[in-house]
Design a protein around this ligand. Structure first.
Ligand code: BGC
Length: 755
């Protein structure tokens, strides 16, 4: 770990990175020793077939008779289910077929699965069922749907993220599901990528802090996810998934080791420190190496450096993909061998028992050592024990009444409110007067699915008929607020087709204001690939046609990524970024438009102005000046309010200015305007000169404050070694001596670290 020194600056050798690897598996966990003993007893009894079966995960679709659609229920094929559990010893299952089930349907299904697993198999090992509960328990019909992660990030509110994770875990458990394939800890640095909305944005620090909150909310502060209201979290997708060079999902990324360690690894490290139980592997290929085959990533870094002792699950079909798609394996058998030896414990196969057959043959031929199998199975059993499945494999019927409560909806609404990010408000057009004569138009004005995006009742989230009738679209929420007949509505366009642009423009004539709801229809993963980040031309045409009438325009943006709208920005008086705000989105947007809620969200990503100027806020100095300047529409952290805030009294207390620093920062924020409002304080650190060219600034602290008019609050932040760390020319973690600058609001303060 010792690296050479540059320019006479000091450096610190960071031994703390190894600390975690010294913990015994189960250490620090409730009943850790008892669990280890039971795992060993089971392992001693298990046949190779039973072990390999534990490592195999199938989708529920593999054992279904009939797919669930809008008007027909999902039907289970019990014979198939019994076959895979009793003859192939399958240890885990996932997913829905093909739409959300009601809590009762889930309870029946999980009870059936666990009945067979715990009564009809030789060793009675319960099945570990996993689900993508990405923004709430989104595969349960009655569940609470929260804003998607990108919107949650705009709140910069760790308590809200934690609370949403708690509710999600509870609502999953009510269905008998103890394992959530979330949080997404990829750092969303390519806005074209169709999974940006699943991330907490482009900043590694924010992703780390909110990811940690999500893990603690899911598993509990004490990590006891055997609690009946909690579940195991799964950090994903490890590592470097969000930056395919083309922006298209699951295509190659090129990530230098330094960037991998400085940008993409820290949130995963933080989640490991928070005790996350499981991890899912990146589906893609980094520097020519598909992550599912990468021993360096999956064993050297994850196990030996981060000290992760949990379970590694593959992503969907990705072991087989090493053979069929990536061509690094010449056969399915070679793919299985490569992935298991690289460090994958469980294969999300997901349709057949091919993985089971191949792995069994490999073990019998001595090509995969039984010690590796035992290690993987021990990790799987450990999660099952920690989730308390051996004692309580069945859903608890009593939990049903705790799903989709008004209190949970209120939390979702509060999150949506706090996410609302006001990008522009010329002449203080907003908030609108309730007596205004309003035209509402645009493709996202009268749909619920546009609030939610992918992972909503179905994988793609685009079946409007599945959304709860009692939730309000933007149009409905506006009518609800203003009274019937008070809003003129015309769609103008669909996502990419004109409908009645001329009629919408005509209707705008003489109105006090035109609210135009733009954005995207739902997508997720590869189906969300795009060739152009610019919003479809027809949507911009609609805006231009309305602008031409001279009626003031408010744009509401419902979208999972910052689609470029530059041609219509200058002539729009107000612009509200609403992201994918979840099922309470309509209400939250209307509250902001009419001033019941004062918007306080901040952009968790840079909002680009041009398709060829995609950048992130923590750029290098050379990118900040002409002729290289990356012009952006709105910077990371941007967001306006209906009130004003002033910063004062920045003090920097240098408790320790060595290379193991401790620096305490305080600043006072005052609401200097007339309305109560929320201010998100962002603290940035700049390393002035260092051996590897520094970023202009990096976020190192944030706090969300609610202040009444005239009210002041002092916030403090403590910066310690990890905040100063970067990877040097030898890719070693270091802190270098020299000048640093802290900035918050419009204030700045410098200090120096010395050896
Ligand atoms: C996605 C994962 C997800 C898995 C199971 C994959 O296609 O990449 O994020 O957890 O499917 O649904």
């Amino acid at each position: 770990m010792i690296s050479s020194k540059n320019r006479g600056m000091g450096l610190v050798v960071l031994s703390f990175m190894l600390l975690f690897s010294t913990l015994a598996p189960g250490g620090g966990q409730p009943d850790g020793e008892k669990i280890e003993a039971r795992i060993n007893q089971l392992l001693a009894k298990m046949t190779v077939e039973e072990k390999v079966g534990q490592m195999t995960q199938l989708t529920i679709q593999a054992v279904a008779k009939q797919q669930g659609t809008i008007d027909q229920p999902f039907l289970l094929d019990e014979k198939k289910l019994r076959d895979v559990l009793t003859n192939y010893h399958i240890g885990s299952m996932l997913n829905v077929y093909d739409k959300a089930l009601s809590v009762e349907e889930w309870q029946t299904l999980i009870t059936k699965i666990q009945d067979i697993a715990t009564k009809e198999t030789r060793l009675k090992i319960p099945v570990l069922y996993g689900i993508d509960a990405i923004h709430g328990a989104n595969y349960t019909a009655e569940a609470t749907l929260f804003p998607q992660n990108l919107a949650m990030a705009a709140t910069f509110n760790r308590d809200l993220v934690k609370k949403s994770a708690e509710i999600t875990a509870l609502e999953m458990r009510a269905s008998g599901i103890p394992w959530n394939f979330n949080p997404v800890l990829g750092v969303g640095r390519n806005p074209v990528w169709p999974r940006l909305f699943e991330t907490f944005g482009e900043d590694p620090y924010t992703v780390g802090v909110l990811g940690e909150a999500y893990v603690l909310g899911t598993q509990g502060e004490d990590g006891n996810y055997g609690d009946p209201l909690r579940g195991a979290a799964c950090m994903k997708h490890y590592l470097g998934y969000p930056v395919p060079l083309s922006g298209k999902d699951r295509t190659p990324a090129w990530i230098p080791e330094r960037m991998l360690r400085d940008i993409f690894l820290p949130p995963f490290k933080k989640a490991v420190e928070a005790g996350v139980g499981t991890v899912m592997v990146n589906s893609g290929d980094i520097n020519g190496i598909p992550s599912h085959s990468d021993h360096y990533l999956l064993t050297r870094i994850l196990r030996e450096e981060l000290g992760f002792d949990g379970l590694v699950v593959s992503d969907w079909a990705d072991i087989n993909n090493l053979y069929t798609r990536d061509k690094v394996a010449a056969s399915r058998r070679e793919a299985v061998k490569m992935a298991v030896l690289a460090g994958i414990d469980m294969s999300m196969v997901p349709f057949d028992i091919g993985f089971y057959d191949e792995l069994l043959a490999l073990v019998k031929a001595g090509e995969v050592p039984i010690a590796r199998i035992d290690e993987a199975v021990a990790r799987i059993l450990r999660v099952k024990f920690r989730a308390n499945l051996f004692e309580k494999p069945y859903p608890d019927p009593k939990l049903k009444k705790m799903v989709g409560t008004p209190e949970s909806a209120a939390t979702s609404l509060e999150a949506a409110r706090q996410a609302m990010t006001l990008l522009k408000n010329e002449g203080n057009l907003l908030p609108l007067d309730q007596d205004s004569d309003i035209l509402l138009c645009g493709p996202t004005a009268d749909l619920l699915m546009v609030f939610n995006g992918g992972w909503s009742y179905t994988w793609q989230g685009n079946m409007e008929g599945l959304y709860p009738e009692q939730k309000m679209t933007l149009l409905e929420a506006m009518q609800d607020k203003l009274g019937p007949g008070r809003v003129t509505y015309l769609p103008g366009t669909s996502y990419d087709q004109a409908i009645d642009i001329a009629a919408a423009a005509e209707a705008a004539q003489g109105k006090d204001v035109a609210v135009i709801a733009l954005g995207e229809y739902p997508y997720c993963e590869t189906p969300g690939n795009i060739n152009d980040l610019t919003l479809p031309a027809v949507q911009l045409d609609l805006v231009k046609a309305v602008q031409a009438t001279g009626t003031p325009v408010v744009l509401v943006l419902l979208q999972g990524r910052p689609r470029i709208i530059t041609p219509v920005v200058a002539e729009s008086e107000a612009i509200l970024m609403a992201y994918l705000p979840g099922n309470e989105g309509g209400k939250a947007i209307v509250e902001v438009l009419f001033g019941e809620t004062n918007p306080g969200g901040r952009l968790p990503v840079t909002y680009p102005a041009y398709p060829n100027a995609l950048t992130n806020y923590d750029a290098k100095w050379v990118e900040t000046d002409d002729p290289n300047k990356m012009s952006v529409m709105w910077p990371f952290g941007h967001g306006l309010s209906y009130t004003t805030f002033a910063y004062s009294g920045l003090t920097v207390q240098r408790k320790n200015l060595s290379l193991n620093p401790e620096v305490e920062v305080r600043v006072t924020v005052t609401n200097t305007g007339q309305r109560a409002g929320r201010e998100i304080v962002h603290l940035y650190l700049s390393d002035v000169v260092r051996s590897v060219s520094p970023q202009v600034k990096q976020l190192r602290g944030f706090e969300s404050l609610f202040l009444k008019p005239g009210e002041s609050r002092t916030v403090s932040f403590t910066l310690t070694q990890p905040d100063f760390l970067f990877h040097d020319r030898h890719n070693q973690p270091v802190v270098e001596a020299g000048q640093f600058v802290l900035s918050v609001g419009n204030l700045e303060s410098g200090f120096e670290l010395s050896e």
